[in-house]
Design a protein around this ligand. Structure first.
Ligand code: FES
Length: 104
């Protein structure tokens, strides 16, 4: 299973994805630098990513906590999510995301 992650230079990386890992952990394990300063506690917004619009409906809605934390992130769009709050599963095989400014 894979996640496709586009970095700030526009290069797309095919990352090995593991069931039950967060997308933030998958990005890190794939060797892509992502700040993720709070380590996945939904307390920093430095794991901000943009989810490809074609995948948005396949993700659970963000929690109030995530929405609140995204309020303080840079360049938030309707595609913004926190990578540490998305838990990967087989239905997300092929998920496409892009790193957001402030996450690297
Ligand atoms: S790693 Fe801090 S909010 Fe995701």
């Amino acid at each position: 299973m894979h996640v496709y992650c586009t970095d700030l230079d526009g290069k797309t990386h095919e990352l090995q994805a593991t069931d039950e890992w967060t997308v933030m952990e998958i990005i890190r394990e794939g060797g892509i630098p992502i700040l993720a300063q709070c380590g996945g506690s939904c307390a920093c917004a430095t794991c901000h990513v943009y989810v490809d619009p074609s995948w948005k409906s396949k993700l659970p809605e963000p929690s109030e906590e995530e929405v609140g934390m995204l309020d303080g992130a840079f360049e938030v769009t309707q595609d913004s999510r926190l990578a540490c709050q998305i838990t990967f599963n087989k239905d997300l095989d092929g998920l496409k995301i892009s790193l957001a400014p402030g996450s690297v």
